[in-house]
Design a protein around this ligand. Structure first.
Ligand SMILES: Cc1cc2nc3c(=O)[nH]c(=O)nc-3n(C[C@H](O)[C@H](O)[C@H](O)COP(=O)(O)OP(=O)(O)OC[C@H]3O[C@@H](n4cnc5c(N)ncnc54)[C@H](O)[C@@H]3O)c2cc1C
Length: 378
């Protein structure tokens, strides 16, 4: 039996948990991090090489100051890791003038004084010959957006956490937990541990670990596909941005990245996947209809990208009912913090979520208004 009483046990060392372990350990706290796999791995929500980061946040203007801090923290992590974690490519939010992407991005940009351009469909086609938006679409372009190399971001957070003496136990799962006299006691597949605080960053597995509060979460199967473009010169990161395109299909959003992988371009639908109670029941195979659904949109909006399919991956979103994050203390246990379900748009924030979590677990007031993420909204 282990005798140490850790300051914090972190359950799950994916995007959020690796960042949290890093921030906590760098504040001098004793940290135990557990993961059932070896992060970064292909079984959770943090796999597939790239994640988009953007500032004119169509989902809600409240995210803007938070993502601005995330940018600073990614820069800082990149300097530590001495390897590129971020590429600035700009991003286009394309869709009907009254649609969610155009309206939401413009509102966020205006409210937060961010520079942006509003482009007609013909201006988009002229500037980015790889894109073919419909004539009645508009686009919001923000130059600061780009992509993060997600597996390297996780490796970097874990490396820095370990350098600051976090105990990181891979291939070790949390089995059960309880609080006795204000002390957290957990049993893992390998040992028994105690701590003052417990942080759940278990992503798509979270619901299973907190059955007592019956969180209203859904785990959504999501496919990422890589194609060999017919005209690769049109999709290079030096001349092609990240993009999202909204139309009246279901689901309404196609998104993708410039070619940062040797000879292939990644694209995917945002939402529209099968819903599951938890991670264990997600179908991990790719089916022809998964590919066809993406190809139809590619042929319409990026025909020169619609080449041979060369790679595919199944991933998962952990969705809340309103698609805002869940970042709050357990309603019955002030020692337990929950920080994970990000409804498919959380990666870019993971650096700052690490910092926020460290504030919350050390009784400091986070710099941001977190009301949007409270548990009692459900
Ligand atoms: C296809 C796809 C595209 C996306 N695109 C974007 C994007 O462009 N931009 C963006 O910002 N976000 C994006 N997201 C969302 C983002 O990737 C996720 O919000 C984020 O990666 C989730 O991180 P997490 O730490 O919550 O989960 P994970 O990284 O999955 O980590 C959870 C960890 O908990 C561990 N775990 C679970 N149960 C236990 C247990 N009992 N014991 C020990 N360990 C346990 C798991 O093994 C796992 O490693 C996308 C997501 C997907 C799936």
């Amino acid at each position: 039996m282990s005798m140490a009483i850790y300051d914090v046990i972190v359950v799950g060392l994916g995007a959020m948990g690796s960042a949290a372990a890093d921030h906590l350990a760098r504040r001098g706290l004793s940290v135990l991090g557990l993961d059932q796999f070896h992060p970064p791995h292909d079984q959770g929500s943090s796999y597939g090489k790239t994640r988009m980061i953007r500032e004119a946040y169509f989902e809600h203007p409240a995210y803007v100051p938070i993502v601005q801090r995330a940018y600073e923290l990614w820069d800082d992590l990149e300097a530590f890791y001495e390897q590129q974690l971020f590429i600035q490519t700009g991003a286009l939010m394309i869709g009907p003038p009254q649609g969610v992407l155009v309206q939401g991005s413009e509102a966020s940009a205006k409210q937060n004084g961010l520079p942006y351009e509003k482009l007609s469909a013909s201006a988009v086609k002229e500037r980015y010959p790889g894109l073919r938006p419909a004539d009645d679409m508009m686009a919001i372009f923000e130059s600061r957006a780009g992509l993060l190399f997600l597996e390297d971001c996780i490796r970097a957070h874990l490396k820095r956490a370990a350098q600051h003496k976090a105990d990181l136990h891979i291939h070790e799962s949390l089995v059960s937990w309880q609080i006795e006299n204000g002390i957290v006691q957990i049993t893992s597949t390998k040992d028994y541990y105690k701590a003052k605080k417990l942080l759940f960053t278990a992503g798509a597995w979270l619901g299973q670990l907190l059955p007592d509060i019956n969180l209203p979460l859904e785990v959504e199967r999501q496919i990422q596909l890589w194609f060999e473009p017919r005209h690769p010169e049109k999709f290079q990161p030096t001349c092609f941005p990240g993009y999202m395109i909204e139309d009246n299909h279901s689901p309404p959003y196609l998104y993708g990245f410039p070619m940062v992988d040797e000879g292939k371009i990644k694209t995917a639908l945002h939402h529209g996947g099968q819903l599951n109670q938890d991670a264990t029941s997600v179908d991990r195979d790719i089916h022809p209809e998964d590919v066809e659904a993406v190809r139809q949109r590619l042929e319409k909006y990026l025909p020169d990208a619609n080449g041979e399919l060369v790679e595919s991956v199944v991933c998962m979103y952990t969705n809340t009912p309103d698609e805002h994050f869940l970042l709050d203390f357990h309603p019955n246990h002030p020692e337990v913090l929950i920080a994970s379900p990000c409804s498919g748009h959380g990666f870019k924030f993971s650096s700052v979520i690490g910092e926020i979590v460290a504030d919350l677990l050390t009784d400091q007031t986070p710099k941001f208004n977190l009301d949007l993420f409270k548990l009692n909204r459900f």
